[in-house]
Design a protein around this ligand. Structure first.
Ligand SMILES: *[C@@H]1O[C@H](CO)[C@@H](O)[C@H](O)[C@H]1NC(C)=O
Length: 220
């Protein structure tokens, strides 16, 4: 009985120390970022590849809430990830205007989300975990295997989900935005990752649906 009580308090302590239950690994389709009212600017490293880019790795709770901006004393320090810069430019490009070297994007993601996972990762660990997850989740290839290509055609939302589920083993969350004509288009894919940031898991909670049943996948 004493042991059980100890274990309970110990585990409770661990979960408080950690402060979140799982991660959303969020990928964005550059064609849909650019093909919208706000438009886009290519980063100084050049036009990104025609591939999903990383948006972020976000600590989240099972009840849908999430911590943010957890440690103002841990500012983004580019010197800690200088060995990752080439890979980050290729996989985590900023498309916001004006054109930049993407560091403001990485800074935002570290400050808002990364500092809430400091029980698991330091800054270098956080960015390399996201790059490792990206290498494991070739969403464009999963879609292509089901005949879904970025060619401005519309596809059944269920087919898109099914193709990604077949590749990852778990149902993804899909977020859409609107193109300039108001069509629903595939904007972001949410994959859930265990609280150690290493394996894909079933999503405890999916982001709310924002897509029509038919979704455009614009070319990029
Ligand atoms: C998709 O639409 C855009 C904008 O209308 C156009 O520039 C592009 O060539 C189209 N891509 C394909 C593959 O048809």
């Amino acid at each position: 009985m004493k042991t059980t009580a100890f274990l309970f308090v110990f585990l409770l302590g661990l979960s408080f120390a950690q402060g979140f239950d799982f991660f959303y690994f969020v990928l964005q389709w550059p064609g849909s970022y650019c093909d919208s009212q706000h438009s886009c600017c290519y980063p100084l490293s050049g036009k990104p590849a025609s591939d999903f880019g990383i948006h972020g790795l976000w600590p989240n709770n099972n009840d849908g809430s999430f911590p943010s901006n957890c440690d103002p004393n841990s500012p983004f320090d580019s010197s800690q990830i200088s060995d990752l810069t080439n890979s980050l430019n290729a996989n985590w490009p900023s498309l916001s205007c004006p054109s930049s070297n993407s560091e403001s994007f990485w800074t935002h993601e570290w400050q808002k989300h990364g500092t809430c996972a400091e029980s698991v990762f330091d800054e270098h660990g956080y960015f390399s975990a996201a790059l490792d997850l990206k290498a494991k989740a070739d969403v464009l290839q999963m879609l292509s295997s089901s005949g879904i290509e970025p060619n401005n055609n519309s596809y059944d939302l269920r087919s898109i989900k099914g193709a990604i589920q077949a590749g990852i083993g778990h149902e993804p969350g899909i977020e859409c935005n609107k193109d300039r004509s108001g069509n629903s288009q595939l904007y972001q894919v949410y994959l859930c990752v265990d609280s150690s940031g290493s394996s894909f898991v079933s999503c405890p909670v999916l982001p709310s649906v924002s897509c029509s049943s038919q979704v455009v996948l614009p070319s990029f």
